[in-house]
Design a protein around this ligand. Sequence first.
Ligand code: ZN
Length: 651
Amino acid sequence: MNVFAEKFADIKILRYSVPQFEVLDPKKKLYIYHLSQAALCGRDILWDQNNRYNLRIRAVLETIWTTFSGNRDSESFKLFEIYLKRVWFSNGIHHHYSTEKIPAGFSDSFFDELLAKSDWSDLSIPSGKSFESFISEIRDVIFNPSKEVKRVNLESDKDLIETSSNNYYQGVSQAEAEAFYANLKANAGPEPVSFGLNSTLVKESGQLTEIVWKLNGKYGKAIEQIVFWLNKATEYADNELQKKYIRSLILYYETGDLALFDQYSMDWVKELAGEVDFVNGFIEVYGDPLGIKGSWESIVNYKDTEATKRATILSQNAQWFEDHSPVNPEFKKTEVKGVSAKVIHVAMLGGDCYPATPIGINLPNAEWIREKHGSKSVTIENITQSYFLDSMNNGMLEEFAGSSEEIERAKTFGYLAGNLHTDLHECLGHGSGKVREGVNTEALKNYYSTIEETRADLFALYYIMDEQLIKLGLVPSEEAAKAEFDAYLRNGLLTQLTRIEPGKDIEESHMRNRQLIARWVYEAGKDQNIVEFVRKDEKTFVRINDYQKLRELFGQLLKEIQRIKSKGDFEAAKNLVEDYAVKVDRHLHAEILERFEKLGLAPYAGFLNPVYELKTWPCGTPYDVEIRYDEDYTSQMLRYSADFGLLPMVN
Ligand code: ZN
């Protein structure tokens, strides 16, 4: 199997392999298959959540792609193809990372030619609209730069809802939404449901109402199919507890009752014995500037027993790490509960995890469930492996590493250190620390995600250099930690800037957190020259002069970040993020972009899913599943739209 599949615009498409799938027990393969079907059924939900025009635009673009009878070899048609591929990749018209509207790249007049030479007989226009009015609305969204400008706006001086073109709120201002949910929370007990997670908030004749995403509700047609496949999957579940939580999940999808989702989450956290596992639902809240609405996602996975030993050692020692952290004792957990960790291979990515995918997961998100019942944490080994294989040969390391020693260290220890960082971040970092009683995590508002990711990263950075890791047999020497420090600062100060357009600031939470940490330690260690920028052949590099002192700085910052989270110190969060995480050094940025461009690489990556084929006896009973890796990007996207295009264009 070839890891690299194709490249367009700023995107490369990779493949992940599903190790040992062929030799899994057939029952497990069937379990994975049915969960995978459920993972693909929510795709349209995410498209509609991202923007209300997305499903319409996708239908139009795909109709053109499949039926256009004009010259398909022209430059303009190639630009159209790139646009379509970008829209597929982002699950809509906004860039998956910057969340800004993707420019069409082809002209408005070429759009006329595309429309005229395509066959529209199979496209059913939403009722009450003529073809002309339907198209003119879409044309405006695609070509007018002042329409649907940005999916998620985090610039706090403006109304975050009005300036964000996601589809989570309709006719509601930020102040109204905040008041609505603050009120619900004020009246809830110490174990509140995740208010607003599974609904659109709308204003109808002056009243705020939630339109719930559930069977027989909004997105019901897709949810019906998710439920259908989840039901089938229970037959093959690894154990009774899995069956129980799948039933809770189904009931939640049927009723929209968020208490059932909490019930599901609590059982899901407890279930550790099974080999196959999955996430399916409205989970992460990054698509909503207020951090309330959950975008739909799914991941199906199974355990890598060997690599899980590594993560298990960490989680078994969770209390030791908590006790020895540099955090103020008041904000430490006296008893760390159920931080389970495992290393997994994904078998299917869906919704907000596809094609761009996380490399680690830590769920559930509800703070009280995490504190009372713990959380489940995973590192996705087959994804990180694909990244590593791709990165060792693309020239990035040679261009941006400051010395041959650094390159050697990265090649020898980079993969292990990177995985260990993810383990520490996910299974200890997010699970660590305690919030002061009465403090709500929403106190940090739009800075919460950045602060939380900063906290987890710092925990990982601080501990990766701890002797305890060598004692536990997780790293062979301090060199692994050095490789991670090199990589982290190289990325946070230099290479992640390749993802930012000239003149723009940093907005995405994870990128903000990386720059926050890297810039802060650079500034804080300036007097002692702990980290420095060096110039060589008119190029800028980062050099770490004292790794131990750098570690101490990570510890200092961790202490402060934990204090901010524990006390809900909004002002301090704001100052740190605005001072260190947002602004880009224009001069350095231009240099990095120029060096990066010469390498001819794409800054973002996503993954194709394998194709699973169900094997059935002549009577219809399934007995096995076959896996293939031969589907290309365009075929996969078109197949998903055809087979899993479950929602109408307007919801
Ligand atoms: Zn994280």
